[in-house]
Ligand binder design. Structure first.
Ligand SMILES: [Cu+2]
Length: 348
């Protein structure tokens, strides 16, 4: 950074230095990408490729009704083992958890992301996902069980379009979508002894084509940058099982501060809204467990992202810890505690 100050001062003092100062690319320092939890925030020059591997793990524990955490006994409607079926819990006229209640879940995701600068104003990208979900439960009869599902998720595609840029700022439109490559119907015999479909949050994809338009604004100052992004994920129609996942809307804003040209730290705030599912998969028995209830998928989450970025010899490392500090959940759902995100990327 000191070198840059020197170049700027130098260029002011002497026009001989101007060429060097003009060659300096502010968008090539440690804060060149938004924090790890953000996608679609930057463009690549014509002919430039970027490959990225991103890992994410999200941890959920305990059930929540609205903004209040509830005990497993409340979730099951009984403190003493009975049944199944147990009494369950009735919220908004829907009785659920008569068979079991989820108690905790981890959602792990491996992502391979490729970007290509088709022109200086259009960057194409594709993203492959490998989700891996593990959920622990307690039955109404007091016993526990764990289910697990993993595999190929929905593929993302899109084009990032430069709407406007000047020396310090970028406006980027994300013309994105996803295709239903993730398997949405798989069975497990763990909970009942006979094959039963995985409940909604344990499924690998949405089963629908989704539109994912988004808009990003980014601004660079000398030693920091900031940005804001509105990003959506909108299923189109219903999948072959007769339902569609909720609409998702995310509003993010962040600031990244350069400690040196190669190291930055970031702070991010994320508002996340999800609507309930539409339709119904006949294999999803909502009376047995809340993860099968379409109305109990929506809500609002507020996440904080504490990140660090490191750039070395063209290798870019981007990490973030994302605690959920506020959530208001429809019906009864597992509450999110935090997520961890780490990525490596390289442009060439
Ligand atoms: Cu990129």
């Amino acid at each position: 950074m000191l070198l840059r100050f020197a170049l700027v001062c130098c260029s002011l003092a002497s026009s001989a230095c101007l060429a060097t100062a003009d060659n300096f690319d502010r968008r090539a320092l440690a804060d060149k990408h938004a924090p790890a939890g953000i996608m679609g925030d930057h463009l690549h020059g014509k002919g430039e490729w970027m490959v990225e591997y991103k890992y994410m793990n999200m941890y959920m524990e305990d059930n929540r009704i609205g903004e209040n955490t509830v005990s497993d006994a409340t979730s099951l409607g009984t403190a003493v083992p009975v049944g199944p079926p147990g009494p369950g819990i009735t919220i908004d006229g829907v009785t659920t958890n008569r068979g079991a209640t989820p108690t905790q879940m981890t959602m792990e995701m491996h992502m391979a992301h490729i970007m290509y600068g088709a022109s200086d104003d259009v960057t194409l990208y594709t993203m492959a996902m490998l989700p891996s979900m593990t959920m622990d439960h307690t039955r109404a009869n007091g016993t526990d069980f764990t289910t697990h599902n993993s595999g190929f998720g929905d593929m993302g595609f899109g084009a990032l379009l430069r709407l406007y840029s000047d020396e310090n700022e970028d406006w980027i439109f994300n013309l994105g979508c996803s295709v239903p490559t993730g398997d949405i119907y798989r069975e497990t015999s763990t909970p009942t002894g006979s094959p039963t479909a995985f409940p909604y949050p344990m499924r690998l994809g949405s089963g629908t084509f989704n539109a994912r338009p988004g808009l990003t604004y980014k601004r660079y100052s000398d030693w920091y940058s900031w940005g804001a992004q509105f990003q959506t994920d909108l299923p189109i129609g219903k999948n072959y099982r007769g339902y569609s996942v909720g609409d998702e809307f995310r509003f993010n804003s962040w600031t990244s501060v350069l400690l040196t040209d190669n190291i930055s730290v970031s702070l991010r705030g994320e508002h996340l809204w999800r609507t309930e599912y539409d339709g119904h998969d006949p294999a999803a028995n909502g009376t047995l467990i809340s993860t099968n209830v379409e109305q109990f998928r929506g809500g609002y989450w507020y996440n904080l992202g504490l990140g660090a970025q490191y750039l070395r010899n063209g290798h870019y490392f981007n990490t973030e810890i994302v605690p959920t500090i506020g959530q208001d959940l429809n019906g009864i759902q597992l509450e999110t505690d935090f997520a961890f995100i780490a990525s490596w990327s390289k442009s060439f």
